[in-house]
Write a protein that binds this ligand. Structure first.
Ligand SMILES: Cc1cc2nc3c(=O)[nH]c(=O)nc-3n(C[C@H](O)[C@H](O)[C@H](O)COP(=O)(O)O)c2cc1C
Length: 392
């Protein structure tokens, strides 16, 4: 019996190997005309996974690897990508969906944006383009989506905030584009106070406090190329410290990297306005769950959390349908990391193309799912009984 099961498992594994990007013919169509070191025409990029392919062609091995790598055996990295297809959609038909695009705009912590997704905070934008994060600021402004800037950006903090587009305000009388600022904090209270003052003065609208990186990520692929984590020390972060931090700023502090329902509950009890579900793109601790699995755990055990605070989530989101599955559980906005990092090889136009493609996919996928209004999507649109990936 044991032999039979093992045999079955290995056959299934052999039959369905992991593919970084599912084969949709990009190599056949663009491979011969895109030598290493060059980019294909931007208009030939038809979906988010294409930008991984393009960046792999264009960037040198270590730059591409810094963006692409995951922790250890990269099981979480792969699971983030694969988990979405384990849950089947439940499309409804004969529904009037013609106004679906009107329901894409949303608010994120009170700021108005054109879509329920954002550019997740990622370090070292300069590995793909000399203008680095400035392309994210500009692309986000032109697309009216949210950009969360990383503390470990290639461009300086001042340059990033100076690049904001005036008149692209999402809120009230403020005339500046609304950005959120990601931080890695330590128990050095004075340093944190100074950092918060700088962030407030610059006009950021929220502080995204990464909590999933208590230690260096165990990154084998990156180590091979000598491109380790930007944040490599042990860091002390506790809810006691969080309370000290909240006294230093009027901005909301959002914990990024919540991975269990227990921590989601604790965050709510400690008064946060939003939580951000993430396993850091599978880059920190291998075999941590994808944010879809965490959202499902919260939905099953403490669904009220989706009403009490705004919930953001990221990891492996590459298609409109991925976004829909997270929104169906009550997630308010979805982060996209690597596709935007890769798209920056094309500069600001690449960043804008990722945004446009994802907006379009969200709308057409919602329509085909029979969702008339994105704000009304609910868990009934997905069969939450997982299909076993290895035997499907
Ligand atoms: C190249 C790269 C750099 C990153 N840098 C940071 C960072 O500085 N701070 C942070 O909180 N998360 C960082 N992340 C994690 C992202 O914010 C996000 O959680 C992750 O990329 C989402 O997964 P995805 O890339 O599959 O979309 C980084 C991710 C990548 C790919």
């Amino acid at each position: 019996m044991r032999f039979t099961l093992l045999g079955l498992a290995s056959t299934a594994l052999a039959a369905r190997p992991f593919m970084n990007e599912p084969d949709t013919g990009i190599d056949d169509i663009l491979g011969a005309t895109t030598p290493n070191g060059s980019l294909p025409p931007l208009e030939k990029m038809v979906g988010l996974p294409d930008f991984d392919w393009a960046a792999r062609k264009k960037l040198n091995g270590s730059a591409y690897t810094y963006y692409r790598n995951g922790a250890a055996g990269e099981w979480s990295y792969r699971n983030n990508l694969e988990v979405f297809q384990r849950f089947r959609l439940r499309p409804r038909v004969m529904v009037d969906i013609v106004n679906i695009e009107d329901s894409l705009p949303t608010t994120i912590l009170g700021q108005k944006y054109s879509a329920p997704f954002f550019i997740a905070p990622c370090a070292r934008g300069g590995l793909a383009h000399p203008d680095a994060e400035l392309n994210f600021v500009k692309g986000a402004a032109e697309e009216n989506i949210l950009y969360m800037a990383s503390l470990f950006s290639s461009k300086s903090f001042d340059d990033i905030y100076a690049a904001r587009v005036p008149g692209n305000s999402s809120s009230g009388n403020d005339t500046q584009q609304a950005l959120f600022q990601q931080v890695y904090l330590t128990d050095d209270i004075n340093e944190t106070r100074e950092l918060f003052q700088k962030i407030e003065k610059a006009g950021a609208k929220a502080i995204i406090m990464t909590v999933d990186s208590a230690a260096d990520g165990n990154r084998h692929r990156a180590a091979r190329y000598g491109v380790g984590s930007a944040d490599s020390s042990y860091s002390l972060l506790t809810w006691d410290l969080y309370h000290q931090f909240t006294k230093m700023t009027s901005l909301p502090i959002v914990p990024k990297g919540i991975q269990t329902v227990e921590d989601a509950r604790l965050a709510v009890q400690n008064g946060v306005k939003a939580i951000y579900l993430s396993n850091h793109g599978g880059r920190q601790l291998d075999t941590t769950p994808s944010s879809l699995e965490v959202a499902l755990e919260i939905y099953e055990e403490a669904p009220e959390i989706f009403q009490q605070v705004e919930v953001f989530a990221d990891g492996g989101v590459r298609y409109g349908a991925d976004v829909l599955k997270l929104l169906a559980l009550g997630v308010k906005a979805v982060g996209v990391g690597r596709p935007f990092m890769y798209s920056n090889a094309f500069g600001v136009e690449g960043v804008k193309r990722v945004s446009k493609l994802l907006k379009h996919e969200i709308a057409i996928d919602a329509a085909n799912l029979g969702v008339a209004d994105l704000k009304k999507i609910g868990p009934e649109y997905v069969n939450w009984k997982s299909v076993n990936a290895w035997f499907s």
